[in-house]
Design a protein around this ligand. Structure first.
Ligand code: MLT
Length: 215
């Protein structure tokens, strides 16, 4: 399904119902692309990781020289915090509106984000706890430091980072991991001998984590 409707479903997005057809009973995976991506990018990855889930895939509203993103940045790794906060709430409101519109449960939504998409997913965990019941953060960093940490007990998070990532340094990913753990999230943190690009190890790890099967 494709929709370009106005507020509140005001993100260009795709919604792919669970293959079993029972949208209300299935869990939902929220796909969040990286800089320069779009709503089609992660559909195959989402289906590979979550074969039975609904997929909701918005396109980031910011254009950086024509490249879609989920929030503005001032430079690589330096974010426009006011915009990030605004965009995080806007995305959270869209998720709630999409749940009503398509009839999926708002209580079982796992984000699957890559790079810029992983960063807004992390921001959603920190600023809007309860919107996501879980998150797969592929190449994320600390998006912002909230005034106080949210309570993330019961929220499952899979964070997969590259030891040689030049864009999202591993030291920063480790700080995010600590922040999520301090907030009470049930964290699985993988440090992989790779860079910014995803590898099959990321995908296999995320699939096993999502389906709670051993790697
Ligand atoms: C961001 O801007 O979110 C990060 O620097 C990753 C990216 O390049 O998108």
């Amino acid at each position: 399904m494709n929709a370009t409707s106005s507020t509140p479903l005001d993100f260009i997005h795709r919604f792919v119902p669970a293959p079993g057809g029972d949208v209300a009973a299935a869990s939902t995976v929220l796909l969040l692309h990286g800089t320069g991506g779009n709503e089609d990018d992660l559909l195959d990855l989402g289906r590979a990781i979550a074969p039975e889930a609904n997929l909701l895939s918005p396109r980031g509203k910011i254009s950086e020289n024509g490249m879609p993103r989920f929030f503005r940045r001032l430079a690589e790794g330096i974010f426009d915090e006011a915009d990030l906060i605004h965009r995080t709430h806007e995305l959270s409101d869209f998720i709630a509106a999409a749940a009503k519109h398509y009839g999926f449960s708002p209580d079982s939504i796992t984000a699957l984000g890559y790079s810029n998409g992983a960063n807004i997913a992390a921001s959603t965990l920190l600023l809007r706890p309860g919107v996501l019941s879980g998150a797969i953060l592929l190449r994320a960093m600390v998006p912002l430091t909230p005034e106080s940490l949210p309570k993330l007990e019961g929220t499952r998070v899979f964070l997969s980072s590259g030891l040689g990532d030049p864009i999202l340094p591993i030291s920063n990913a480790r700080t995010l991991a600590r922040m999520l753990q301090d907030a009470g999230a049930e964290l699985t943190f993988r440090e992989l001998p790779t860079g910014h690009q995803l590898t099959s190890t990321d995908v296999d790890g995320a699939r096993a984590w999502f389906n709670q099967t051993p790697t």
